[in-house]
Design a protein around this ligand. Structure first.
Ligand SMILES: Cc1ncc(C[n+]2csc(CCOP(=O)(O)OP(=O)(O)O)c2C)c(N)n1
Length: 310
């Protein structure tokens, strides 16, 4: 516990909250991005297209990895579930990475409006990660290649560390599952370190993932069979994430447990895509969306004049 400061944990919690808000705002809003007035039907995109379910977990993983590895140029993050693009975009915006290649994505109210309005919008940003996203080289949307790509990045680069987030549904693909064998081929002093993180949020699209139906013991034994050391992380507890990263471990395989759609509405209903389908037409849903957005207290984290508050 001593190695993780309270200030760091607060910073992680604030970052996750900010990126969750930015994610929801991208999915739904075409105006009134800072909730300066009550939400109206016209503030909502008429056609909602994107994936919420995986996003909170991505924000948790990103915030924790960023807190641990900082801006180390030899560290890379690979995202398997490219359908969680609004979360990736939120983090790239938050860090100013997006602004470096697109001045319209300035880290202020105008930039925030730009990324939200243009998400999943004609001629704007796509709904999935794509090569127009800085740092992304492959189209997101086809699951299965993240782990193999990560070993590819590590190949011949002992200085590199690659953390790769793999969906629990994604690990059911033959490609991802067989890529676990790459560890035994590529472990060694000549290559970098790959840190797989299984995002065990329990569900694929509308059904549980196979791994979610396994006990911790069964899952751990499977992971051990591929030569990794399983390390379970509770996604609600940044201190367990930080301690897991700090713990010396030969070939860690992190299992990040979150609840699919966590922090969203309809608690207990594990939305894969859009949890509130008709807030542009239905008053109850509009109210629920407003409450959802307000639950992040984004005004504590972002000032209209000064931008993100440290
Ligand atoms: C190869 C492939 N098969 C099927 C799909 C369709 N698909 C999109 S998202 C998804 C579920 C992914 O589940 P998981 O990896 O657990 O991600 P999460 O639950 O975090 O969204 C599927 C099957 C796909 N994108 N790629």
């Amino acid at each position: 516990m001593s190695s993780v400061g309270i200030a760091d944990l607060n910073q992680i919690e604030r970052r996750v909250r900010a990126c969750d808000y930015l994610t929801v705002a991208q999915l739904y809003l075409r105006d009134n991005f800072l909730l300066k007035r009550p939400l109206e039907f016209d503030d909502i995109k008429a056609r909602l297209l994107g994936h919420w379910g995986t996003c909170h977990g991505i924000n948790v993983a990103y915030a924790n990895l960023k807190a641990f590895f900082g801006d180390d140029p030899d560290f890379s993050f690979v995202l398997g579930p490219g359908h969680g693009f609004p979360a990736l975009q939120a983090n790239l915006f938050y860090d100013g990475v997006l602004e470096r290649i697109d001045a319209r994505a300035s880290r202020d109210a105008a930039g925030l409006a730009y990324i939200c309005k243009e998400f999943s919008w004609p001629d704007g940003f796509p709904s999935h990660a794509s090569p127009m996203t800085p740092t992304v080289i492959t189209e997101g949307g086809e699951l299965g290649y993240a782990l193999a790509n990560s070993y590819g990045v590590a190949l011949g680069h002992p200085e590199k560390t690659i953390a790769v987030l793999i969906g629990d549904g994604e690990l059911e693909t033959a490609t991802a599952l067989d890529s676990l064998n790459l560890r035994s081929l590529l472990a060694g002093a000549k290559n970098g370190r790959v840190l797989p993180i299984l995002h065990l949020n329990g569900y694929k699209i509308s059904a549980p993932s196979i791994y979610a139906r396994r006990s911790d013991r069964e899952l751990n034994e499977m992971i051990r069979g591929f030569g990794y050391t399983p390390v379970i992380i509770d996604g609600d507890k940044p201190e367990t994430f930080q301690l897991a990263l700090a713990e010396p471990c030969e070939a860690p395989f992190y299992i990040l447990k979150t609840e699919k759609g966590a922090t969203g509405p309809n608690h207990g209903h594990f939305a894969h895509q859009i949890p509130l389908k008709r807030p542009a037409y239905n008053h109850d849903e509009l109210k629920q969306l407003e409450e959802w957005l307000k639950s992040y207290n984004f005004d504590e984290l972002f000032d209209e004049e000064k931008g993100f508050v440290a």
